[in-house]
Design a protein around this ligand. Sequence first.
Ligand code: NAG
Ligand code: NAG
Length: 399
Amino acid sequence: MNIKLGWQLLLCWLSLTMASNITTKKPLRCIMYFTGQHPVAPPVDQLRHVTHVAIAFMSPGVFNTPENTNYPLFTTVKEVRALFPKQTKVLIAIGGWGDTLGFSVAALTEETRQIFAENVASMLRITGADGVDIDWEYPGGNGEDYKKVPNPTKSWEISSYPLLLSQIRTAIGPHKILSAAVPGLPRDMLAFTSSTLPRIMRHLDFLNVMTYDLMNRRDNKTKHHTGVQLSIEAIQAYVSAGVAPQDLNLGFAFYTKYFRTEHDSCASKAMPLGCPTLLLENPQTGEDMGHAGGFSWHDSVPAEVSKSFMKALEQGQYDDKEGGYYFWDEEDLWWTFDTADAIKRKFPLIVDKLKLGGVFAWGLGEDAPMYEHLQAVNEGLDERVSVNNDNNKKKKDEL
Ligand SMILES: *[C@@H]1O[C@H](CO)[C@@H](O)[C@H](O)[C@H]1NC(C)=O
Ligand SMILES: *[C@@H]1O[C@H](CO)[C@@H](O)[C@H](O)[C@H]1NC(C)=O
């Protein structure tokens, strides 16, 4: 009798713990930015893993006027929803590179935060979207205007940012999704520290860590713009500041970048990583010196680099040490971008290893018309779905 009861309890405990493993093992998040620059999508079968689509962008400035009812967007939630699987959540991304003024205006006082938050809630009611993604690049400074409006004049934003998020959460309620796109370079993480992040995460469902553009005009040495080691450093900065890995998404870039380099010091290196570029931006004004560029897979290749780009596709290599596809053209161009293969490698190297909650890409239409990089993301997710299923099945069989 006692033995039998013991067995029953054991079985009961086993099935409970196993069932909880099965039900709590969430599939990875997969978020696609649907951008105004390339507002297209492939057939829905290729979007089977997409858990969220974030329509980019609505301008933060439209949320500063009390009781606004007009929220301009290049498309509608209804149109976008129709392109995706039924279960895909539709988010409105607010902000983007260079569009920060409306956030600063919003963050300033209790009252301005309230106006912004209530407008966000009203926008969600009007559009029927499932949530918002806050793309403030960046609270505390280092945005597009960083040479004209110095960071110290924005330092107050660092403590106001969590307050703004808090008020948005209160206004939209617990069931709508609230997420944020956050910087991938430590030098830009002014508002993302161990003292602010716990307060930030209280209000958010997840963070999209922009693990791309990690080499940009503000650099003076060649790097992988969306490299594995740099991505790991970015993610680890958030984890060590207290964010649960499950709440972090890794960013993929569906576009290329190139930078003009000096000749001799790059040519003399076996591996032209860390070699000097030309001066990429004006140190006084922050203006583009015209020595760097990039384009998505959907764009036409600029004529002045098209030959070099062909070489980059044919002769480029994967750097196993730092993790990234690259090509240095002797005519002094550094190319850095993710091939489909480079994307696939990031699943075991970053997503699995750091136990991340998901991935995202900028952006879906940027990969048209071939969608080869989306395909690589799908393959990575296919493998992980079947591993989860196999594990669950195995556990059930053992029972
Ligand atoms: C449930 O998952 C945890 C963590 O993944 C693991 O340590 C544990 O052994 C699993 N339990 C069962 C009963 O499979
Ligand atoms: C390169 O940039 C670093 C900071 O990122 C700076 O300390 C250094 O002086 C720069 N070097 C040159 C040659 O401009």
